[in-house]
Design a protein around this ligand. Structure first.
Ligand SMILES: Cc1cc2nc3c(=O)[nH]c(=O)nc-3n(C[C@H](O)[C@H](O)[C@H](O)COP(=O)(O)O)c2cc1C
Length: 394
């Protein structure tokens, strides 16, 4: 009998290198993490392996003793990811835009106040219904999504969530998107000074209507122009999120820094495609989708590694984080903080647990802070930036 080819799912890839971060069992009858993450209630379709998401097994961890607890509490995980304006986080583990709703959806399952910061769903000037379904599908080691920035619009976000966020200890960074510079500027202006909004993350992976649909993120001048305009429109800490869908990200990152961004976040999803099961069309309603999850981590690491050598503003890394080893890898490549995205769908408590694990790792290594872990894998040089990596690009 011929052996069936094993379908590798995102979840197969989860505990790849570390036994740490074993996720807890899904509570029976609790709302699905995926539902919460989408923020708007609709459960997206997962084509394969979704059963694997539901039950991930429990690994009880021993409780620290009182003296260990005190030693752990003394370890400094704080980081200011926008030193010029001040965006101080109690720890460097954030949640990525589009994977944690507006934070409120998780209140019953996660202690959201223990997360470093929340990047909320992509927010636009006017409400958006998003793309036609299907909008997501699982892939080997990840998923494709084409949600299409479904959101109620900036005014509704401010009215509904601002008063809640205002009472929170955890900073909320609003991820914003638009089709023109004017869109971005208007959204930033409306968020400026809103209590509960700690910063803005520019999602520039959107088609620029003024440039015939070309993404802001793949054009250095467009990235510079949108960053400059938003910088003038707000005093809020400004993070700009890089797209991996470029040949060389470094000139774009430099332009963003020169335009006044406080920090760079990297990376957004990789452009991808899935085919329908009868192979008569593209599977997703939007044809293309964004690839995320463990499969994208090496790409994200390469980009963080390259960008860290050409900018001096902080870098917040994102892409395929599922365990502490991933966090340590991104720190070693120059990131000062890390966002967790797709892995939250399987394990909403992961971001909080990673903060605890990073603390324990510092204690184990005799470190008073996690800062010595940053940049250890970067080339040791003082001269011109390294071009390492360029030779491997197709
Ligand atoms: C369902 C879904 C929705 C997303 N929505 C947004 C968004 O609105 N804005 C944004 O900048 N990134 C969005 N992203 C990208 C993530 O924030 C993150 O950059 C990417 O998924 C890579 O990280 P990961 O591999 O840990 O998921 C979304 C990702 C997913 C999976």
């Amino acid at each position: 009998m011929k052996g069936r080819k094993k379908v590798v799912t995102a979840m197969d890839a989860l505990p790849a290198r570390s036994k740490r971060s074993s996720p807890p069992k899904n509570r029976k009858g609790a709302p699905s993490p995926l539902d919460r993450a989408m923020g708007l209630g609709g459960r997206p379709r997962i084509e394969t392996g979704s059963a694997a998401i539901a039950d991930l097994g429990t690994a009880p961890s021993p409780q620290p003793t009182m003296s260990e607890r005190e030693a752990l509490d003394r370890i400094d995980l704080s980081v200011d990811i926008a030193p010029e304006r001040g965006l101080l986080l109690t720890n460097p583990i954030l949640v990525a835009s589009g994977t944690f709703g507006y934070g409120v959806e998780y209140g019953e399952v996660v202690d959201v106040q223990r997360i470093g910061a929340i990047c909320c769903k992509g927010t636009t000037l006017r409400p958006r219904a998003g793309n036609a379904p299907p909008r997501v599908t699982e892939t080997p080691g990840g998923m494709l999504n084409a949600i299409g920035l479904q959101n109620p619009g900036v005014d509704a976000v401010i009215d509904k969530y601002g008063p809640i966020w205002q009472g929170w200890k955890v900073p909320v960074i609003v991820n914003i998107a638009g089709e023109s510079i004017e869109d971005y500027v208007e959204v930033a202006k409306r968020l400026d000074g809103v209590p509960g909004v700690a910063g803005i993350e520019l999602n520039i992976s959107c088609p620029n209507v003024g440039k015939g649909g070309l993404q802001f993120a793949i054009d250095r001048d467009a990235a510079r122009a949108v960053t400059t305009a938003v910088r003038r429109a707000t005093e809020l800490p400004l993070l700009v999120k890089l797209s991996p869908n470029v040949t060389d990200v470094r000139p774009i990152a430099k332009a963003i820094e020169e335009a006044g961004a406080d920090a760079i976040t990297a990376i957004n999803t990789l452009s991808g495609l899935a085919v329908s099961s009868d192979r008569t069309r593209a599977f997703l309603g939007n044809t293309y989708g964004g690839l995320s999850g463990p499969a994208v981590k090496p790409v994200a690491l390469r980009i963080v590694y390259e960008v860290a050598q050409v900018v001096s503003i902080p870098i917040v890394a994102i892409g395929g984080v599922t365990n502490l080893d991933d966090v340590l890898d991104f720190l070693a490549c120059g990131a000062v903080a890390v966002q967790v995205g797709t892995a939250i769908f399987a394990d909403p408590e992961l971001p909080v647990r990673l903060g605890d694990e990073l603390r324990a790792e510092c204690l184990r290594r005799g470190l008073a802070s996690y800062k010595p872990l940053i940049g250890t894998a970067l080339p040791k040089r003082t001269g011109t930036p390294s071009a390492k990596g360029a030779e491997y690009r197709p």
